[in-house]
Structures are given as structure tokens and as C-alpha cells.
Design a protein around this ligand. Structure first.
Ligand code: MLT
Length: 242
């Protein structure tokens, strides 16, 4: 039976790298990078380059890209876009290429480079993602981007939610997957209420960006599945199958 494993922090990723070239990795940064990527593609972005640094993202401007940079939850000074899904409107980003760097999310994508396939997960595309994964024949690693190598609640909740959707056809393996599933079952009646405890939600409050939380918890707002390959995030072209 195919297996699901869960990585609760980038600091633990090296423990799951064995055989990664045969596995699907789902990168999860619910607040907010992977959510924002889903919103960007839903609103017509052409592609996203995942950059390691703001400087690298800035250099893409010469090639006509929009440059987006977030550090410590805030837009980096001098950038036209940060990491709030509310900024990625159709008016601003339809048909555009975006060079994007964030504190944790783009780093987790880059760390996953050796995987067979790297998918971008959020509550917005959770059912489409589950269908897509169900159709494949590979084991799955749910990779929580966390916060600066620390565990976080929101990515773990999403890992549990996706594990639950996949649990009919895949085996939940390891205590991390089981803990994610249990946490999701505990909190699923009121995800928003539960996440008031999350440190990044507290950070949102101090940065006055708490309205992003509503967007980041929207279930199935899109069927689009972004994937990462060779530094680029593009859209999987399998929508008609859903
Ligand atoms: C990240 O990638 O570090 C996060 O998405 C942080 C944020 O909320 O902007």
C-alpha cells in the first residue's frame, strides 16, 4: 500500500530524504506562501519563480517580472508585492510572471528539489490535490514549511486534513502523520477559532494582517494545482480530470 509520511519542520526534512526521488512531496505553508501561490494561479498568474533572496527576486524585474518578497511576515521594502493573498488580484497579476521569495515557503520548495514531483498545497486546493495524488502511484511526503525551522499549528493541521482525505487509499505512517491527523480531528469543527493560538496568527495581529486568515482557510476555492520544478512554479494541466 502507498504510504503518507509527514515532516513537521524543515529541520527534520533530512530524515525523510531517502528515496525522495520516487515520492511526491506536498509543500505546505498555509500562512501564507502556498496559499498565496494558489490564489495567484487562480487569478491568472502565468508562472512563479521561487527565489532564495529578495535580491534574486529583484533581479527578475529586468525581465518583466513582478517582484514579490516577504521576510518575517512583512513585505520587504521596495517590493511591489509581499505575501498577502489579498494583494494577488486578477487586475494585478493576470498573465504576469512573478519572482517570489518568502521566509519559509519558497525555501521548503527548494529543499524538496530532488523529489519525483513537488506539489503546492493549501486549503484552497485540498480536494483537487487529494484527487491528483490518489491517481498517482507514488508514496507521499507532506512537508510542513513551519516557521524558521520551528513546528507550527497551521501547516500541521493541513497535513492532517490532507492525510484524512487520502486515508482511504494510502497508509498513514509515522507518529508525525498520526499526530497531524489527530490534531486536525480535534480542531476541524472550528479551524479559525483553534488557530487563534497559533504564533503566526498572533504575528498577523501585530502586523494588522489578520484578515488574511479567512482567505487562507477557504476550502476548495480552486481546482488548480501548482507544482515546482527546476526553480519554477507552474500549473498542472489536469483540471479537466476533476
Ligand atoms: C513564509 O513563507 O515564510 C510565510 O508564508 C510567511 C508569511 O506569512 O508571509
Amino acid at each position: 500500500m502507498r504510504k503518507i509520511e509527514t515532516v513537521l519542520s524543515p529541520a527534520l526534512f533530512h530524515l525523510y530524504e531517502d528515496g525522495i526521488e520516487n515520492k511526491i512531496v506536498v509543500v505546505i505553508d498555509i500562512l501564507r506562501a502556498t496559499t498565496t501561490m494558489c490564489v495567484a494561479f487562480e487569478n491568472g498568474a502565468e508562472s512563479i519563480v521561487a527565489c532564495a533572496t529578495p535580491e534574486e527576486a529583484s533581479n527578475f524585474r529586468n525581465k518583466g517580472y513582478l517582484a514579490a518578497a516577504e521576510r518575517h511576515g512583512e513585505t520587504v521594502e521596495g517590493f511591489e508585492l509581499g505575501n498577502s493573498p489579498q494583494e494577488y488580484t486578477r487586475e494585478k497579476i493576470a498573465g504576469r510572471k512573478i519572482a517570489f521569495t518568502t521566509t519559509n515557503g519558497t525555501r521548503a520548495l527548494q529543499m524538496s528539489s530532488a523529489a519525483k514531483q513537488i506539489l503546492v498545497g493549501s486549503f484552497l486546493n485540498i480536494s483537487a490535490l487529494a484527487k491528483q495524488i490518489s491517481k498517482s502511484d507514488s508514496d507521499v511526503v507532506l512537508f510542513c514549511a513551519g516557521w524558521k525551522d520551528k513546528f507550527n499549528l497551521e501547516d500541521t493541521l493541513f497535513a492532517g486534513a490532507l492525510a484524512e482525505k487520502l486515508s482511504g487509499g494510502l497508509e498513514i505512517t509515522g507518529d508525525a502523520s498520526q499526530a497531524a491527523l489527530d490534531l486536525y480531528r480535534l480542531a476541524c469543527g472550528d479551524l479559525q477559532g483553534y488557530l487563534q493560538k497559533a504564533s503566526h496568527v498572533q504575528r498577523f495581529k501585530s502586523l494588522h494582517t489578520e484578515s488574511d486568515l479567512d482567505i487562507c482557510l477557504q476550502m476548495d476555492a480552486t481546482k488548480k494545482i501548482p507544482y515546482y520544478s527546476n526553480g519554477l512554479i507552474n500549473l498542472l494541466r489536469y483540471e479537466s480530470a476533476h
